[in-house]
Design a protein around this ligand. Sequence first.
Ligand code: TMP
Ligand code: MG
Length: 212
Amino acid sequence: MVKRGAFIVIEGLDRSGKSTQTSLLRANLEAAGIPTELIKFPDRTTAIGQMIDSYLKSQSDLDDHVIHLLFSANRWELASTIEKLLTSGTTVICDRYAFSGIAFSASKGLPYEWCRAPDVSLPAPDLALFLQITPEAAKARGGYGEERYEREEMQRSVGEIFHRIGAEIASEGVRWVAVDAGHERDQVEEDIWMFVKPLAQGVEGPIRRLWP
Ligand code: TMP
Ligand code: MG
């Protein structure tokens, strides 16, 4: 059976080290000879992405429902690209995905089920890695407070909703693994690699859909 690429999602609070770790993971996959693409959500380069960027920088205001739907639309813009890459045997890493969509919007008080709805039938990851860090440790890393949502109370409630999502999707069959992101960079890199390596040679079976 021909294998497709693996779909790996990395999630976490702001300042949990996602960008660093997704880059390191890409380098490790490439060093192992695995064709790899790294996608970051929000993708701020599209027209929708520019609206999101302006909202996050507080240059514009939007109703909470509207910004939620824009984040989801921003994933749909890239959904067919992700599918093509996976089918062609490329491993795809996403720095944030639909789980961030729910965690941040539900933290603002939007109903959890409503937040899940627009992402129904997006490609589902084969593995979601949650970089776990306390809001205090994240704040201490600096660069915090530049964008909307980068506040300790908000991050605390986002972390709680991420836990709910993790428990729920694990029971639905998506692999959700929490990685301790409070460790040294090299240790976190090694922990992530341990989970991704078994998938690096490709995955059998069709691409699954959210929510399984
Ligand atoms: P970034 O810091 O990873 O670029 O993400 C920007 C912010 O957007 C971050 O605080 C998380 C938030 N976010 C959402 O609220 N909904 C989403 O669907 C995504 C992908 C991110
Ligand atoms: Mg950020």
